[in-house]
Design a protein around this ligand. Sequence first.
Ligand SMILES: N[C@@H](CCC(=O)N[C@@H](CS)C(=O)NCC(=O)O)C(=O)O
Length: 212
Amino acid sequence: MAEELVLYTNPMSRGRIAHWMLEETGAPYRLEILQFDKNEHKAPEYLKLNPMGKVPTLVHRGVVVTEAAAICAYLADAFPEAGLAPAPTDPARGTYLRWLFFGAGCIEPAIVDRLFSRPAPERTSAVGYGTYADVVNTLEKAVSPGPFILGERFSAADVYIGSEIAWGLRTKALEPRQAFREYHERIIERPAFKRLPEHHSTQAQSAAPKQP
Ligand SMILES: N[C@@H](CCC(=O)N[C@@H](CS)C(=O)NCC(=O)O)C(=O)O
């Protein structure tokens, strides 16, 4: 089975989360940039990989992984030498998974609803994320006192949650609380984050070219 790691992405997308995560692992990889304006993400060949016609999509050892949070978790486990996830026997694994899933299941929809000014539903008890205010207050607890979600230890949960915080602050869909701004300042200091192209190129190439 091919060991090659391929990330299908677009520069202006959640694919940036997976791209950052790949950089954190230090593993060699290849980027396939899909042009949204040419509808390359809706091409039949790509839909075979990801029927949602969305990015990111990771292919490794012949296996397809979609969903940015799952890609972060997958890569952390696939490259344990990078130390980006507590081992299954480590109690910190519970905290790590908790916030990773909270990111995908609660933060993401809460921010999207706010971004599109969707009115709060009446029955918040039936909404997975409850209320925007509860999500923001809970998120503040997750990143405080820090410096990272697991305290001193940076993990894939920071790649995902950190990306959501960065996105939320940029779009103003997340309140710019001091805890978020300070956490954001810390994560953008990660060398792997700094290796991401500031203004994405549209060429299919790695931010830090590596040999496959
Ligand atoms: N649930 C997916 C969401 C992926 C997603 O919505 N990607 C957007 C870009 S940020 C996309 O591919 N949009 C293109 C389209 O839907 O046409 C994840 O977390 O990875």
